[in-house]
Ligand binder design. Structure first.
Ligand code: NAD
Length: 490
């Protein structure tokens, strides 16, 4: 047992979790709460030695873990999820303090979902090896073999959810994992390591390596012993990771940023579109899949913006630990500066704030829900991800124009389209993104594929797609008739 930090009464280890042991580093980094900038603790920085130890431990645990049947692994994984459930209150409070995520959202959405991220994939893995292909010539036994050691690198917006979403399928498929949590919000992954420990996971199967991105993260992704790298984060980091992975030809999955359109067609239910529109300020807009570019038919734009203004004015900005709060803080002073910079430059360039456009009086890391209009398609604020409570508004006059604006960025993560159901569905098919919600937002079934196109990502995770990524797929071909060797064979 290493020393523990006391974060809001929760004992959290500041150490790595490697090979079933807590390992402290002589070097540390500081973690602050976005709520009130108080120091939460000094966390271990992963040095070369720690990266080596983590990969060695995960590689050593791989033969044993991968040799278990999916049913045997499920026993461990169900216990792992149960341990999350036992600490549900701690996870809620910890992530709220560490990442500024709403306590209410943690309790009702993220913690249950994080448990499901593990139990769902453990269950799905039971049928992974029973997908034969039968042809007149042969039986094909299509195997999903575990690939080896998977590095999982996650960002700070909802780190528990984003971590378990990859840990679940990777472990269920028989891989061993090393998670490198975000340095701005590293604490819930440490608590997750306590869950792995309490669940009796074999040492080395689940490892947590704390540290900075350019330091620990970069060391980890260049280790040639990795079999997979699954990354969620920004485009510039993804390029660095892809470069490191290419040196060792390691497959990577990249879930990246977005600049997703929120289209409101002339025949939309304006009030529901406006109510959903206000949801884009959830997590202070630090949500990759939010529809941040509002594209509204010119005939209804005034009615729509007035309806949305009504919802936005009633949003409660404040302390995420207060169950009534709807919009919490921005993660870090640097991110506040980034958000402010985008808005200030847009306004200086002739854009207008329909609402917001300034810091929020609640505290230093709070920004008012903002809507920027009078912008052109080439403007920085239309083309680049802000990742804060800042949306933009443009109008269109025809379906074709809506599609052109929607597709007019380098991103292609998601989208939202409100309109008469058939009309909105047809428009949605033409928007070039990895997914899009028709008259809805945020429905995420674990069986469905998730990921982006263009600069928003490479590959898909979710459902079978997670297993396609985390497994080596192998075809064992057994001929139906005795095989006759022939040089003229195809
Ligand atoms: P980031 O790219 O700065 O960091 C993400 C993670 O990568 C962190 O753990 C960081 O330490 C690590 N990292 C940084 N440099 C590294 C390097 N050279 N090698 C290895 N690891 C490195 O992103 P962020 O600011 O933490 O997160 C915000 C971004 O994440 C936004 O762009 C957002 O859209 C995106 N995101 C995408 C999804 C999705 O599913 N598509 C979900 C959430 C967030």
């Amino acid at each position: 047992m290493t020393q523990r930090l006391d974060v809001a009464g929760i004992p959290v280890s500041p150490a790595h979790y490697i090979g079933g042991k807590r390992i402290l580093s002589p070097e540390t980094f500081e973690v602050y709460s976005p709520i009130d900038q108080r120091l939460l603790g000094q966390i271990s920085e992963g040095l070369d030695d720690h990266v080596d130890q983590a990969v060695t431990a995960a590689a050593a645990a791989f033969p044993g873990w991968s040799a278990l049947s999916a049913a045997e692994r499920k026993v461990f994984l169900d216990r792992f999820a149960e341990e999350i459930g036992k600490r549900a209150d701690q996870f809620c409070l910890l992530e709220s303090n560490d990442a500024g995520v709403l306590l209410s959202r943690m309790r009702h959405g993220i913690v249950p979902r994080s448990m499901l991220n593990i139990t769902y994939f453990a269950e799905q893995a039971l049928s992974l090896q029973s997908r034969p292909i039968d042809t007149p010539q042969a039986h094909h036994i299509v195997r999903h073999d575990p690939a080896g050691v998977a590095a999982i690198i996650t960002p700070w917006n909802t780190p528990l959810m984003l971590g378990t979403w990859k840990v679940g399928p990777a472990l269920a498929a028989g891989n061993t994992v090393i998670v490198k949590p975000p340095e701005w919000a590293p604490l819930t992954m440490s608590l997750l390591a306590d869950c792995a420990d309490a669940a009796g996971m074999p040492p080395g199967v689940f490892n947590v390596l704390q540290g900075g991105g350019a330091t620990t993260g970069a060391r980890l992704v260049s280790d040639p012993r990795l079999a997979r790298i699954s990354f969620t984060g920004s485009v510039p980091t993804a390029k660095l990771i892809a470069q490191a992975a290419s040196a060792n030809l390691v497959p990577v999955s990249l879930e990246l940023g977005g600049k997703s359109p929120f289209i409101v067609l002339e025949d939309a239910d304006i009030d529901s579109a406006a109510a959903t529109g206000a949801l884009m300020y959830r997590n202070a807009g630090q949500v990759c899949l939010a529809g941040t570019r509002f594209l509204v038919h010119a005939k209804i734009i005034e009615r729509f913006t007035e309806a949305m203004r009504g919802y936005v004015e009633n949003l409660r900005v404040g302390d995420p630990r207060d169950e009534q709060t709807e919009v919490g803080p921005i993660i870090h002073p640097r991110q506040v500066e980034r958000v402010k910079g985008f808005v200030d430059r847009a306004l200086a360039g002739g854009a207008r704030a329909l609402w917001g456009g300034t810091a929020h009086p609640f505290g230093a890391q709070y920004y008012s829900p903002t809507m920027i209009t009078d912008v052109g398609q080439d403007d920085e604020i239309i083309q680049n991800e802000v990742f804060g409570p800042v949306l933009t508004l443009q109008s269109f006059h025809s379906d074709d124009e809506a599609i052109e604006l929607a597709n007019g960025t380098d991103y292609g993560l998601g989208g939202v389209c409100y309109g008469e159901q058939m009309h909105a569905t047809e428009i949605s098919k033409r928007v070039r993104t990895g997914f899009i919600w028709v008259n809805s937002f945020g429905i995420r079934d674990l069986a469905a594929p998730f990921g982006g196109i263009k600069r928003s990502g490479v590959s898909r995770e979710g459902g079978d797609w997670s297993f396609e990524f985390f497994c080596d797929i192998k075809d064992v071909v057994v001929p139906k008739k005795p095989f006759k060797a022939s040089f003229s064979q195809r």
